[in-house]
Design a protein. Structure first.
Length: 372
């Protein structure tokens, strides 16, 4: 088979860090704050701008606070777990490796004896089995299996426990009903195309109530502490970060958020994601050797789309991905190390649909090369 002539212009299909926004260049970064204090007037202004732009783009209701915290998504999720869990029983949901990570935290580190509801790679567990007197931990979009929750309908309005959503591969790509999310977390390097390093923590009113009424029986590192004298440290949610952030990452997030605004805000980003995933759907539909790891269409991710490859083992996938990387037509498309062997192609908003379309013939070419 001859090499296809058309190449993706931006071969960035990694599921994290994901493609930078179209047209991104380091020249776009406002560098005035570099070399200066993040607690200066300008520093606080830039942090606040990042927070305000996130609030606007996510269409976050006024009831919810949003702040920048250390340690990327993991830091944000763990600070919430360590600060809030233990007040009531815990249920942890897992259907791929990131959800499993939160199960490990709850069971082995926090020793909370959680109820664990699991499903295999490709499946979603039975969400109707959840006892909502519990605090419930889940991953909105399982990045390593390409299985997401289809919506927030399964989270009751009158829940007693708190919902903790790791939404890092879901925000800026899906329409999230924040009224169903008490704790939400993400990091910038996914659908927004920002840099890693910082987590974003979203707290609904019930989460704040929990923080102000419950003191966990465990030591809390300084970078997890969200209250002072029994009251929420509101500064975290206006740009007074707990410790020193990378202002370069903050400036980069601002560039990405300004791009998001220019691309039509959240509706625009969702439309771009959908167009990308639809382009990939067409590629899969035209090839009997490609399929989806996620069995049910409603819970199939539209961001981290995980594909099965007929007859593939881990070795074949490695060669497949390497061939395409060497051709500079697709970077980082091998599935996650703990997932069943397959391909994973990011379809978030910072990817262009034309580039997904151009990828199809290259997948055929790589398969042919390996077969011969
Ligand atoms: C669903 C999910 N949760 C958590 C993480 C960890 O994110 P971070 O590296 O920002 O801590 C990832 C990273 O890929 C993820 O996809």
């Amino acid at each position: 088979m001859l090499k296809p002539t058309r190449r993706p212009v931006r071969p960035y299909f990694s599921s994290g860090p994901c493609a930078k926004p179209p047209g991104w260049s380091p020249d776009q970064l406002d560098t005035r704050i570099l070399g200066r204090s993040h607690r200066s007037g300008l520093g606080k202004e830039r942090l606040k701008l990042a927070i305000d732009l996130m609030r606007e783009t996510l269409a976050l209701p006024d009831s919810h606070r949003i702040g920048i915290v250390p340690g990327s998504d993991t830091g944000a999720f763990e600070m919430a777990m360590w600060s809030m869990l233990g007040a009531r029983p815990v249920t942890a949901l897992a259907w791929e490796s990131f959800g499993e990570g939160w199960v490990t935290d709850a069971a082995k580190q926090l020793k909370l004896d959680p109820t664990v509801i699991r499903a295999d790679y490709g499946q979603l567990p039975d969400l109707s089995r959840i006892d909502w007197r519990h605090d419930v931990l889940f991953t909105w979009n399982g990045t390593t299996s390409g299985v997401r929750v289809p919506d927030a309908e399964w989270i009751p309005e009158d829940r007693v426990g708190l919902s903790f959503a790791d939404a890092t591969s879901a925000v800026f790509a899906y329409d999230i009903d924040w009224s169903k999310v008490d704790v939400g977390t993400f990091s910038w390097q996914k659908a927004l195309g920002g840099e890693g390093g910082h987590g974003v923590l979203i707290l609904g009113p019930h989460a704040v109530e929990r923080l102000e009424s419950f003191t966990p029986d465990r030591p809390l590192p300084k970078i997890f502490r969200m209250t002072k004298g029994g009251k929420l440290n509101e500064g975290i949610f206006t740009g007074e970060t707990i410790n020193t952030p990378s202002m370069l990452s903050v400036e980069d997030a601002i560039v990405a958020l300004e791009w998001a605004r220019s691309a039509g805000g959240l509706p625009g980003m969702i439309a771009r994601t959908e167009a990308n995933a639809a382009a990939l759907d067409r590629i899969v539909a035209g090839r009997n050797w490609l399929g989806y790891l996620a069995e049910h269409p409603a819970s199939r991710s539209r961001t981290s789309v995980c594909l099965t490859v007929a007859g593939a083992d881990a070795e074949m996938i490695k060669r497949f991905a390497k061939l395409l990387e060497a051709e500079e037509v697709a970077y980082d498309i091998a599935g996650y190390r703990d997932a069943p062997p397959g391909l994973r192609i990011w379809c978030g908003a910072t990817v262009d649909a034309a580039d997904i379309e151009a990828l199809g013939p290259w997948l055929d070419w790589a398969r042919d090369e390996i077969k011969n």
